[in-house]
Design a protein around this ligand. Sequence first.
Ligand code: DC
Length: 226
Amino acid sequence: MTADSVPVLTIDGPSGSGKGTISRLVAEQLGWHLLDSGALYRAVGYAAGAAGLDLSDAAAVTRCAETTKIRFRDPGDGGETRVIVNSHDATDELRTETAAAAASAIAAIPGVRTALLDKQRGFRRTPGLVADGRDMGTVIFPDAAFKVFLTASAEERAKRRYKQLKDKGLNVTLAALLREIQARDERDAARKVAPLRPARDALTIDTTGIPVAGVVAAVLSVVRPA
Ligand code: DC
């Protein structure tokens, strides 16, 4: 099987739409690989910050994206995948809202997106790939056989994020999260390169008020029609 014939399911959508959880569960059910592309942007934002770069310096941040070594390590005990950035386990740092904001800023730099292109396509391996991101169906895997776009109201997404971060012991307020989510949505949708939007051939699923199991079933039915 050539890489291009390996089936891909793209799951795009804004932050808090449930993409991360849904993608992981769907990949598990299908027995396919998982690409968390947001983690790559977070890793570059983190590496740029750690190197003391000005995040608006496109040339310097692009060089950083080209040279930063990012590895995913499965702990093997069913636990969370670790993200290793230049041999430092940065998993905890990458979860923070600061890392999310840095990722959103550097993701608007065209050179950064180009630097991450081949890395993302390299995840396409048998028996299949679930690709989670913003531009999986539009730019990275436009030929994917299966495409969904998850949405939810900004309020619902802020609430989910709030619960997630609280569960992880992080100190945040719902109002601040809602503001951050709206600002990030705007930046991700307005940027010139690979703006956040559904692929023309994607099925949009509004997850507001739908339990996780229901969304997983809806996404799986795209790959395996009843
Ligand atoms: O999914 P996430 O919250 O980990 O993504 C963090 C940021 O990275 C988000 O603001 C937009 C950016 N991103 C992107 O531009 N393209 C992707 N494929 C994934 C994430």
